[in-house]
Design a protein around this ligand. Structure first.
Ligand code: DC
Length: 224
C-alpha cells in the first residue's frame, strides 16, 4: 500500500499567525510548506498586470491555472516570490493585494483552478499547508487539522507590527477595518467559506508566544 505523504492543515482568519506558525512547524519537521493565500494573492497581481477584471471568473481561472510562480524558499527566513520571473515579494504582502485576493478567492472558477496546484504540494516527507480551506476542501484527509484564531484586536496589532517592520505605512484603525471586512467576506462566501473543519482542533493564540503556539502544534502532531 502506498501512503500519501502526511499533511498538517493550518487554517484561520487573517492575522491569526498561520503563516508564521506553519513555517516554524514545517521547519521543525523538515516538511514542505504551502502558503495557499499567496496563490490567491498572485492571481490578483497577475490579473492586474494583464488588465483582467477581478470579477471575470473564466479569465481568472485560466490565469490561475497557468501562473508562472516560483517560491525561492530559504527555510526560516521569509522567501522571495517570483511571478513571471519578477520579484513580487513586497507586492504580495501588501494589504491592498490581500483585499483583492479575497475578492478573487470568492470565485468558484478560481478556487477550482487552484485546487490541483495546491494538491501538487503534497510531497514526501510531508506538507504543512496554511490557508482558509486546507482542512475542509483541499486536504480533507489531512493528518492534523488546526484552526488557529486570535481576537480581532490582537490580529490587527500583529499585522500592524508586521507591516511596519517591512517599512509599510498603515494605521491600526485602517487595518482593523480591513481585517473585519476580510473576515466577513471570507466567512460569508458561498464557496469554501472560512470555517473550522469538523475534525479540526481549535487553537486560540491570543496572548501566546510564537514558540508556545508552535510547540502546541508539534505536540499534537507527536500524539499521532
Ligand atoms: O492568508 P492570506 O491573507 O495570504 O490570504 C489572502 C486571501 O486569500 C484571503 O483573504 C482569502 C483568500 N484565501 C482563500 O480564500 N483560501 C485560502 N486557502 C487562502 C487564502
Amino acid at each position: 500500500m502506498i501512503l500519501n505523504p502526511p499533511v498538517i492543515a493550518i487554517d484561520g482568519p487573517s492575522g491569526s499567525g498561520k503563516g508564521t506558525i506553519a513555517r516554524r512547524v514545517a521547519d521543525a519537521l523538515g516538511f514542505h510548506l504551502l502558503d495557499s493565500g499567496a496563490l490567491y494573492r498572485l492571481t490578483a497581481i497577475a490579473a492586474k498586470n494583464k488588465g483582467i477584471s477581478l470579477d471575470d471568473g473564466d479569465a481568472l481561472a485560466l490565469l490561475a491555472r497557468d501562473l508562472d510562480i516560483r517560491f525561492d524558499g530559504n527555510k526560516a527566513r521569509s522567501e522571495r516570490i517570483l511571478l513571471d520571473g519578477e520579484d513580487v515579494t513586497l507586492e504580495v504582502r501588501q494589504e491592498s493585494t490581500g483585499a483583492e485576493a479575497s475578492a478573487v478567492a470568492g470565485l468558484t472558477e478560481v478556487r477550482t483552478a487552484l485546487l490541483e496546484r495546491q494538491r501538487a504540494f503534497q510531497k514526501a516527507p510531508g506538507l504543512v499547508a496554511d490557508g482558509r480551506d486546507m482542512g475542509t476542501h483541499v486536504f480533507p484527509s489531512a493528518l492534523v487539522k488546526i484552526f488557529l484564531t486570535a481576537s480581532a484586536e490582537e490580529r490587527a496589532k500583529r499585522r500592524h507590527k508586521q507591516l511596519k517592520d517591512k517599512g509599510m505605512n498603515v494605521t491600526l484603525a485602517a487595518l482593523s477595518r480591513d481585517i473585519e471586512d476580510r473576515d466577513r467576506r471570507d466567512s460569508e462566501r458561498s464557496v469554501a467559506p472560512l470555517k473550522p473543519a469538523r475534525d479540526a482542533r481549535i487553537l486560540d493564540s491570543s496572548g501566546l508566544s510564537i514558540e508556545a503556539v508552535t510547540n502546541t502544534v508539534l505536540e499534537w502532531v507527536a500524539e499521532l
